[in-house]
Design a protein around this ligand. Structure first.
Ligand SMILES: *Cc1c(COP(=O)(O)O)cnc(C)c1O
Length: 339
């Protein structure tokens, strides 16, 4: 792997040494298997294909200055996956099984964890799907839990920078009591059209309002929204957003920096009062927002007056990255070192 240009690998799929798999049959999970096959062989009537019984996770492993590899918050990802399982009636994965598979897939692909200096990392993608044939709408009896990894480049190639976002009123990603709070494939299909429209109109990402009243900020594409106002960290409270583990971590860091953390409804008009705003998630940690356009309403909110990320989000971003790469101590027990 010595000849890899780690800083320029982007965010695509790359073949690695292998993936790990576990099959659920007759009411129980089997043994973990390592596979070099990039394909899965499933029945054409599998429930994941027709009825969306498909949930996934996304987490990362980072190589530190000390050469050690650290996985960020795998227990929280395991717990969130169980929540998704409850949402679409799939069997639970225990934290122990999740940990065993993360450890195995990272160890097996340790050469693919990019070097510290590159700013790149190893993305881990666990996927749980219903695999048995079912023509009537019923949960599958059999499941496949597969985990693969792929190295991903630094999100901010030219450094931490602001981007413009757009509010779309003509599209909802999730219903108030629907599946938005679960990390399931169907939510991504629901948002794909709006996301492509945003990109084609020159925006980094689309923002959804709450589907019922169209008054409050809900989610940014596949990332949670954060607003900074004075000493407050404000993030939406909603039944249709996916609880981001990055957001949860940043809330903790903000509270420990002495900030007030507010999880509450954010009316769209309040955007004009934020000193800083950003979208957060595993891919970017924080993506600072320059301007938000509500094209259908004909309003623009300029968040960053100088076109640069603000000091609070920059500090939060820097701290979280430092914990992930092992540059500073992790007082929260968030990282698992893979020996
Ligand atoms: C995965 C995801 C996020 C970000 O969650 P992290 O745990 O921070 O990566 C936010 N919103 C949606 C819809 C997601 O699927």
């Amino acid at each position: 792997m010595d000849n890899m240009d780690w800083s320029n690998i982007g965010f695509g799929y790359r073949k690695t040494n292998g993936n790990v798999r576990c099959y659920y049959k007759d009411g129980a999970w089997g043994e973990v298997e390592v596979s070099t096959d990039e394909y899965i062989n499933i029945h054409m009537a599998a429930t994941c294909l027709h009825y969306g019984q498909s949930a996934f996770e996304g987490l990362k492993a980072f190589r530190g200055k000390d050469g050690k590899v650290r996985v960020f918050r795998l227990e929280a990802n395991a717990e969130r996956l169980r929540n998704s399982c409850d949402g679409i009636l799939m069997p639970h994965i225990s934290t122990e099984l999740f940990r065993e598979m993360v450890t195995k897939v990272v160890e097996h692909n340790i050469d693919f964890v990019p070097p510290y200096e590159s700013g790149a990392s190893l993305y881990i993608r666990p996927l749980l799907i219903g695999t048995s044939a079912q023509v009537g709408v019923n949960p599958s009896k059999e499941y496949l839990f597969v985990m693969f990894v792929t190295p991903v480049g630094p999100y901010f190639k030219k450094g931490f920078a602001v981007n413009d976002f757009v509010i779309y009123r003509h599209c909802d990603r999730a219903a108030p009591l629907g599946t938005g709070r679960y990390k399931v494939g169907g939510n991504y299909a629901a948002g794909m059209k709006a996301s492509c429209q945003a990109h084609s109109e020159g925006y980094a990402c689309e923002i959804y309002l709450d589907a019922k009243e169209k008054k409050y900020i809900d989610e940014c594409g596949a990332a949670n929204f954060i607003g900074i106002k004075g000493n407050s960290y404000v993030t939406p409270k909603s039944t249709s957003i996916l609880p981001s583990i990055t957001n949860n971590s940043l809330m903790r860091l903000a509270a420990d920096m002495g900030m007030t953390v507010e999880q509450r409804q954010i009316p769209e008009e309040e955007l004009s009062t934020f000193d800083e705003a950003g979208a957060c998630g595993t891919a970017a940690v924080v993506s600072p927002i320059g301007r938000i356009d509500d094209v259908e309403k004909g309003v623009s909110y300029v968040i960053s007056k100088d076109g640069k990320p603000g000091p609070v989000l920059t500090e939060l971003y820097t701290k979280l990255r430092a914990i992930q790469y092992g540059d500073i101590a992790d007082p929260y027990g968030w990282v698992t070192v893979i020996e």
